[in-house]
Design a protein. Structure first.
Length: 107
């Protein structure tokens, strides 16, 4: 949400994703996708700067696309413990035919 001031000094917050257009005809008019129009004191440059800062803050908070290393280590150790301990947990349940891939079995 970005902070804006109406001409009557009323303060408001607008979701920048809902803004369709910003016009400066001497006053700054913001048009929203639902048809509402607001006349505000801030110039178009200031509003655009606030939108860019808002989106940068959202992107920064969302984090990077790289996975967290501490989560990766715990997942690997969990996978190892499950796969290595499967035979110990269930001895003698899998015979040789069940261990071979289905497509290589002969009838």
């Amino acid at each position: 949400m970005i902070f804006l001031t109406r001409m009557d000094k009323q303060e408001m917050y607008i979701n920048p994703d809902h803004i369709v257009s910003i016009e400066e005809t001497p006053d700054t008019v913001i048009a929203l996708f639902n048809g509402h129009h607001f006349i505000v004191k801030e110039s178009a440059k200031v509003i655009i700067g606030r939108i860019v800062a808002f989106r940068a803050r959202v992107m920064r908070r969302s984090g990077s696309s790289a996975p967290k290393r501490y989560l990766e280590r715990s997942r690997k150790s969990l996978f190892r413990s499950v796969t290595l301990n499967r035979e110990a947990a269930y001895p003698g349940t899998l015979d040789e035919q069940a261990r071979s891939p289905f497509h290589s079995r002969e009838s």
